[in-house]
Structures are given as structure tokens and as C-alpha cells.
Design a protein around this ligand. Sequence first.
Ligand code: GLU
Length: 294
Amino acid sequence: MPELAGERRVGRYAPSPTGALHLGNIRTALLAWLHSRALGGQHLLRFEDLDTGRVRPWAYDVTRRDLEWLGLDWDAEYRQSERLEHYAAAAARLDTYPCTCTRREIQAAVQDAAGAPHGTEPVYPGTCRTHPHDPQRPAAWRWRVPDWHICVQDSLSGETLCQSLPAEVGDPVLHRNDGVYAYHLAVVVDDAAMGVTDVVRGADLWPATPRQAALQQALGFPRPQYWHVPLMTDYRGERLAKRGGAPALRDLRDGGTVTPGRVLAELARSLGWAVPAEVTAPELLSLWREQARL
Ligand code: GLU
């Protein structure tokens, strides 16, 4: 892990404006804010809005108002949709190739590949590395991954995760065939450009961290410290999701029956923190410091 002592720390909350924030999103937003502020650092709000088909234009404003209502401020705001030239410039520095394979063709190749690793996600077997692409079809651009074995460490859990790029990750798409830059590329480019030193985000992104670290290494960017926080689950143990109808903070806010202090207290209690029935965000700083051993 790079030495960060003495350096100005920068953290961020990076929501996708695809709907109203639910309590799980908000808990991650709270922890990201606590982290930046506990370190006396800057805190950024970055809207990850590259997938324009999924973006809801009203979600930017609802997100800002949700954060303000809870007293979670930020020092600068960005939108990925306004930064496309940076992703294009980074992609141009990597060894990429066009790929017009359909999902079905890839699936068939994965099934045929001897010794395909069994993970949750099939690894792209590199079919288009050698096959000519079909100029009639729109091409996605894939990164020809180097033969690296990448290890990342999570600062919150202390866990280390190692992945071999060709065998366990495959050649990731950097630019989709519908023209959208991939999240993994954008996040790496932005964290470097914005001087982000500390990434606090949901644990669902932990398995994707080695490929992001690989992109940082290939592009010569520093690696931030990672703090993956647990996702909030419902009473069945299932992860809260916008699509699954998880309660939106906006509705609680508009309902007028709960106070921000109460919501913050419930979020803190869901983390096992002992707090009074109402708290402010700054009152939670010491609890995060303790949990993250800052
Ligand atoms: N935009 C991602 C999300 O909403 C978060 C990305 C990140 O924090 O690296 O899940």
C-alpha cells in the first residue's frame, strides 16, 4: 500500500443517478463522508452517469438534497458524462482491440474452454484477440490484459485479494459497443485525476478492485487506499436495491415524520454503534475513527 502519511487526503462518494437513494446507499454515503472528514480531508461528490440509458435526470437533485438534509457536505462536484475526453485519452494509452462477438458467442466459447474457472462471472476467453472482428457490427473495445497477478488489500477488513488477470479477470471491455465507457476505466481515471487517496464504497465492488488496480498500474496512476463497507441487507438478508423497492430516503424526508437525526441514529445502530435516538453526522466521527482504526 502506498505511504499516505502527511499527504492531503481526498475521499469521495460516487453515486449513479439512476434512482432515489435508499438507506443502503445513504449508509455508504455517510461512511464515505465520515472517512473524509475524520481525516480532515476533502470530500467529493461524483455522479457516475455514463450509462445514459439508466440515468434519471431528477436523481441528481434528489441525491444532493438527501445528502444536504443529513448534513453531509462536499467540496466539489463532478459528472462523469462531462469528462468523456479523459476516458478516451486513457483508453488510447492501453493495448485494446475491437470485439464484435455477441454474448452468445462468448458464452459458447467460455463453455468450450477447457478448465474455465468457476466463479460467479464467466471470464471472457479472449476470443476476439485472434479472430478478426466483423466490421458490420458495432465493436466494443477490450483491454488486452498483461499477464499480471495483482493483489489488493482492504484497509477496513485487512483482507487481501489476489487475482491473475488472464485467468480470473479476462480482457475487460473499456468502451462498450453502444459507445459508453466502462465504469472500471472511468473510476480509475477519475480517482487519479481528482487526487482521491481514499475510496470508501460498498463491498460489492471488492471483487472488481484487482482489475481497477491493474488499470491504475498500466496507466501509471497511484493506488488509493480501499475501505469496503458492508452492504445493508433487509430482514431476509438480501441486499437492498433500488430495483427491489428498498425505501427511498426522499420518501422519509418528504413524509415529514422522521428527522435527519433519527435516520442517522438508525444508520449508526445498523452498524452496531451505540448512539442516542438522534445524532448529527459530526457526532459519529469518533465512532468511525474507532472502527476504521484511523
Ligand atoms: N457508482 C458506483 C455505485 O453507485 C460506485 C463506484 C465506486 O465507489 O467506486 O455503486
